[in-house]
Ligand binder design. Structure first.
Ligand code: AGP
Length: 367
């Protein structure tokens, strides 16, 4: 079994470390740098189809839904088309407004999630088009879609999704670039620059993985907390949700992800020395505001674990994880990695069944 796990103690740890390779495989053959475009072999939507779109729904469950929330930022920013993200079990029962110029993007690692499949049938039944972002070739969801963007993460065995998530983010970014070219909101030159950035992503994930030992030490310091708050803003809010979900799933510690700007509207009342606050502070337009949130937490004796690409935050955090920098659209890939490792090490220290956490199934094929 150790061999199956490639020398790692758990599939989850192996899969976390496979991310540079999984991302490389998801990019392979898709970046057309000379043309300044992206090639998605199974998307099956022409430039005319893509430029005629008026609305996009992104539908998924769990971690895949978090990826969708990040995808909204990418697509709205670069393609200037409204994107609504919804949870499959909500979408399927609310009679969504879908027309011929609506595209529904279903995100599913397994391609077999019952609610996501039902949401796809709902969208198609109303005359819209549908594409999947999926990790399992020929699974149910891509089979019923018009097109698919496969993530090439390889089989994911750990119940807690890791490499599937980061490759979904990459696939969604590739889709945003393709859509932006088709709609004329991105130039070939811009796509060429993004392609150059994408090509550096596996190396930067590799560098981020070097934080492993530091994260293990932080896990030791914080493992006895009963509750965690995760804060992020903009495209890092979904990364905060994902970090909190990882911790809940495998360590059974209650954790809540929150948009940092909402802290003062409620959750700040929870903060004391017993509740660690994980803050994602990437250097973008809202960086200073997130730094003030860190100060607010510290002023209430809360302990801050910060994930940042910025320098000079030493006195603002009790534990600081400094990650490399890449274009802002891809920063959630890099911030997610230390949060996966933090959840992993806390779970190992608590002695839970990391790969097969209680009550959870790898793919939820019943409603
Ligand atoms: C993630 O860690 C979960 N175990 C879970 O939320 C999962 O992402 C969700 O069930 C969706 O699965 P899918 O991507 O296979 O559709």
């Amino acid at each position: 079994l150790m061999a199956e796990k490639g020398g790692y103690k758990h599939f989850m740890l192996k899969e976390i470390h496979e991310q540079p390779r999984a991302i490389t495989d998801t990019l392979a053959g898709r970046l057309r740098e000379e043309e300044g475009d992206v090639y998605l072999e199974d998307l099956k939507l022409s430039d005319a189809d893509l430029s005629g779109l008026e609305k996009i729904f992104i539908i998924a469950c769990g971690t895949s839904w978090h990826a969708g929330l990040v995808g909204k930022f990418m697509i709205e920013k670069h393609c200037r088309i409204p994107v609504e993200v919804d949870i499959a079990s909500e979408f399927r029962y609310r009679d969504p407004i879908i027309g011929p110029n609506t595209l529904t993007v279903l995100i599913s690692q397994s391609g077999e999630t019952a609610d996501t499949l039902a949401a796809l049938r709902e969208a198609k039944g109303k005359g819209g088009r549908a594409v999947a972002v999926c990790n399992v070739v020929e699974s149910s969801i891509p089979r019923e879609c018009d097109g698919v963007i496969y993530t090439h993460a390889g089989p994911e065995i750990g119940v807690a999704s890791t490499k599937a998530f980061t490759t979904q983010l990459v696939a969604l970014f590739l889709f945003a670039l393709r859509l932006g070219r088709a709609r004329g909101t991105l130039t070939a030159e811009q796509v060429r620059e993004f392609a150059t950035a994408l090509a550096t992503l596996p190396r930067k994930v590799e560098e981020t993985l070097e934080l492993n030992e530091q994260i293990e030490a932080i896990a030791r310091d914080f493992m006895n907390a009963r509750d965690f708050l995760y804060l992020g803003r903009g495209n890092q809010y979904p990364a905060a949700l994902e970090g909190a979900l990882k911790l809940k799933e495998i360590s059974y510690i209650h954790a809540e992800g929150y948009p940092a700007g909402e802290m003062k509207h409620g959750p700040i009342a929870l903060i004391d020395e017993l509740m660690p606050v994980v803050v994602i502070a990437t250097e973008n337009d809202t960086f200073e505001k997130v730094v003030s949130n860190m100060e607010e937490v510290q002023a209430r004796a809360g302990r801050v674990i910060a994930v940042t690409d910025a320098e000079g935050l030493c006195d603002k955090a009790d534990a600081l994880l400094v990650i490399p920098r890449i274009v802002d659209d891809l920063m959630p890939v890099l911030t997610s990695v230390p949060l996966q490792l933090l959840a992993y090490h806390i779970a190992v220290l608590k002695g839970t069944d990391v790969d097969q956490p209680r009550n959870l199934a790898k793919s939820v094929t019943v409603e």
